[in-house]
Design a protein around this ligand. Structure first.
Ligand code: NAD
Length: 493
């Protein structure tokens, strides 16, 4: 739970903003950062004001002319060094991610490894940035170049304290922009550590700035006339608010929202592989992934697979190979969904309610939960749960399964488990989701492919990572050039 008291000494003390290459004190109100692992008070996060944001925007704007004119092959040198530093500090950064977010250390290490992959992509951007040039009439050339936007903002959620910030930081900055990032108030520590690594990597002052805060700063970002583009990752409720507010202020905006991902399991699916994938997808990061499996649509006779999923789930133990959920409120919300579904007639096959970890009684844990007999109209089938829970719905045909998947307003991911290539293609073609998997529980595309959902899982054009992000973080300059004095004049030049 976030509190506003400083009565108890916290492990990391009062956090600072990072502006113009310096960590600066922000007076006034704070929010407590509490470890979901065991309830330790980690830090006090200052709630910046719009004046604090303005200070950061001014620093970023001052840094922009020089950074944007630095050739991209030089800019990416920072990210080669940053990649090396991420590798060198993987264990330390992962420990911080785990401590503030509650995920297991292994999951946090994987998160930092993903940051490295994202940075490797950014370092390769010069290879993708060659423009186009053509002699369009005698002696006249047209060419295009991708040029940076200016100061851009990144607003991030709690569930990946290092990875989601790194969806935006390396690409936006390597492409020549200066950035303001607003970390989640629940997990602000990792971004502070990232700022230090970028500083050590040699990023010039003012190019990257951290402004801590809550919704007030998000609103101020959407309203600030010195910010050209806003990327947002978080719940659909807030994604909608941010997209509307930023675009009404005529900013470019890409806002990624929540999800409700369906796994379609067919009778010919390989039982062991399917069970392992379903269990890992629903329970990884305690189900707090926007790509987590939340609903399984069982087509026909798949009881043997459901049994195996339950066996796999029983091997997942809170505090051992399952992390905590972010807060006591989250635990209560997840358990309420399970209880309501049970009261409405669903059958809880594996029950994760009331989980505790000895010695970590103040931690907020929910065990893996498998619920069968869920009906599509139940809240647990329709809404994002964001916990280690899978709801199983039974149908007789693949078309019925697709109808359930496609009736959901979200559209991040869908996956089908089958050995039949025809059925797999049928699902890829018909699932209304931005990312589709075949025999893959978490179908996250890896670089250079881009990440992004459809429908209410994303507002705006393009994707946030990979090649697609180039369009978001840059604009096209078109030049028409005639150097040859004998070229003469014709109808178009
Ligand atoms: P959230 O929407 O509560 O918060 C995200 C950011 O918005 C935070 O920085 C927060 O400070 C800010 N915020 C919160 N309420 C606000 C308000 N009323 N006005 C303005 N700003 C506000 O999300 P969360 O709980 O931190 O993260 C979990 C959610 O993020 C889940 O819904 C998950 O699916 C989603 N998510 C989506 C993706 C994706 O790629 N689509 C990736 C990761 C997480």
């Amino acid at each position: 739970m976030l509190r506003t008291s400083e009565a108890i000494a916290s492990k990391y003390g009062r956090l600072k903003n990072y502006v113009n290459g310096e960590f600066i004190d922000i007076p006034g109100r704070t929010m407590s950062v509490i470890s979901p692992l065991d309830g330790t008070l980690l830090a006090e996060m200052p709630c910046s004001t719009s004046q604090d944001l303005d200070q950061a925007v001014r620093a970023a704007r001052a840094a922009f002319p020089s950074w944007s004119r630095t050739p991209i092959k030089e800019r990416v040198q920072v990210f080669y060094r940053y990649r090396h530093l991420l590798e060198k500090h993987t264990q330390e950064l992962a420990a911080l991610v785990s401590e503030e977010n509650g995920k297991t250390l292994g999951e946090a290490v994987a998160e930092v490894e993903k940051c490295i992959e994202l940075t490797e992509f950014a370092a390769s951007l010069p290879q993708l940035m060659t423009g186009e040039v053509l002699e369009v009439s005698k002696g006249v050339e047209c060419r295009t170049e991708h040029v940076p936007l200016g100061v851009v903002a990144s607003i991030v959620p709690f569930n990946f304290p290092a990875m989601v910030p790194n969806w935006t930081i390396p690409n936006a900055i390597a492409l020549g922009n200066c950035m303001i990032i607003k970390p989640s108030e629940k997990v602000p520590l990792s971004v502070g550590r990232v700022a230090l690594l970028l500083q050590e990597a040699g990023l010039p002052e003012g190019v990257f700035n951290v402004v801590n805060g809550d919704s007030e700063i998000v609103e101020a970002i959407c309203d600030h006339s010195g910010i050209e583009a806003v990327s947002f990752v978080g719940s659909t409720r807030v994604a909608r608010l941010v997209y509307r507010r930023a675009t009404s202020n005529l900013k470019r905006c890409l806002a990624l929202g929540g999800a409700k991902n369906h796994l379609l399991v067919l009778p010919d699916a390989k039982p062991e592989m399917t069970a392992q994938n379903v269990a890992a997808s629903m329970s990884g990061c305690a189900g707090q992934r926007c790509m987590a499996a939340s609903a399984m649509v069982a087509v026909g006779a798949v009881d043997h697979i459901v049994e195996r999923i339950c066996e796999e789930a029983r091997r997942i133990v809170p505090g051992r190979n399952l992390g905590a959920v972010i807060s006591a409120e989250a635990k209560e919300r997840i358990e309420r969904y399970i209880t309501e579904a049970e009261q409405q007639g669903a059958k809880v096959l594996v029950d994760g309610r009331g989980a505790t970890v000895p010695g970590k009684e103040k931690g907020t844990y929910v065990g893996p939960t498998v619920i069968d007999g869920v009906k599509p109209n139940m809240a647990i089938a329709r809404e994002e749960i964001f916990g280690p829970v899978i709801s199983i719905m039974r149908v007789d045909s693949l078309d019925e399964a697709l109808a359930i998947e496609n009736a959901n307003p979200y559209g991040n991911a869908a996956s089908v488990f089958t050995q039949n290539g025809g059925y797999a293609r049928y699902v890829i073609d018909r699932a209304s989701a931005g990312m589709v998997g075949v025999n893959v529980g978490v179908p996250v595309p890896r670089e250079p492919f881009s990440f992004g959902g459809w429908n209410e899982s994303k507002f705006g054009v393009g994707d946030i990572t990979g090649k697609s992000s180039i369009e978001f973080w840059t604009r096209l300059k078109k030049s028409t050039v005639k150097w040859n004095p004998e070229a003469g004049i014709n109808w178009m030049s």
